[in-house]
Design a protein around this ligand. Structure first.
Ligand code: COA
Length: 181
């Protein structure tokens, strides 16, 4: 599986030229405001390799998002998809995380929800998942809305040691089976 399509988006594998565009998105303080850990230059530099590495190591991962809309055709917009939860957030449990991060210019048009729906359906269909979580800063209203629109519910709180606060774990599924790869 190398790509998914929605009405307005192509979800595809990462390309070398995405590294620069994703770094620009990751350097936007508004984008990073509520993320699970601080995004400094070290994290920005490591990010692309982590995305590609996740696909190489597990056969799935967050999808790169490309616009299919005429006025933005081919533009890189960010990512959405499934990844294993990082060890510092192991308290969230073994289910993979469904995450999303878009260029600020693309916010507010339902694109994150559209992308995450396609990634969710692929995860539940092709990957055979029965549970995913999203770990969300309690003040990240946009992200909480995306999770709610996907049919997720806020299930519990966990400590986030990187931020020194409690964050929300949103869940989709019944918890009876999780991916082991
Ligand atoms: C979270 C994010 C992906 C949402 O992207 P998006 O394309 O704007 O999302 P959508 O348009 O699909 O949905 C956003 C929802 O937030 C709502 N929203 C928009 N602005 C808002 C605001 N200022 N306060 C509260 N809700 C707001 C929208 O109305 C929409 O909900 P609705 O459809 O019920 O009206 C995007 O803001 C982002 O990349 N943020 C930075 C990275 C991040 O925080 N990722 C998530 C980490 S858990």
């Amino acid at each position: 599986m190398s790509e998914l399509r929605t009405g307005r988006l192509l979800l595809r594998c990462w390309r070398a030229e995405d590294e620069r565009d994703m770094a620009r998105i990751n350097r936007d303080p508004e984008v990073c405001r509520y993320l699970n850990r601080p995004v400094d230059e070290t994290a920005v530099a490591a990010f692309f390799g982590q995305m590609v590495g996740h696909w190489e190591n597990h056969g799935f991962g967050p999808w790169a998002l490309e616009s299919l809309e005429p006025e933005r055709m081919g533009q890189f917009l960010g990512f959405a998809g499934i990844a294993h939860v990082p060890p510092f957030l192991a308290a969230a449990g073994p289910a993979p995380e469904l995450g999303w991060r878009l260029d600020r210019s693309a916010w507010g048009h339902g694109l994150a929800t559209e992308a995450a729906r396609a990634a969710r359906d692929d995860a539940y269909g092709r990957l055979g998942l029965l549970e995913v979580v999203s770990i969300i800063h309690p003040e990240n209203e946009r992200s909480r809305r995306v999770a709610a629109k996907l049919g997720m519910h806020k299930e519990r709180w966990i400590a986030n040691p990187a931020l020194g606060i409690e964050v929300e774990v949103w869940q989709l599924g019944n918890g009876s089976r999780v991916l082991q790869t």
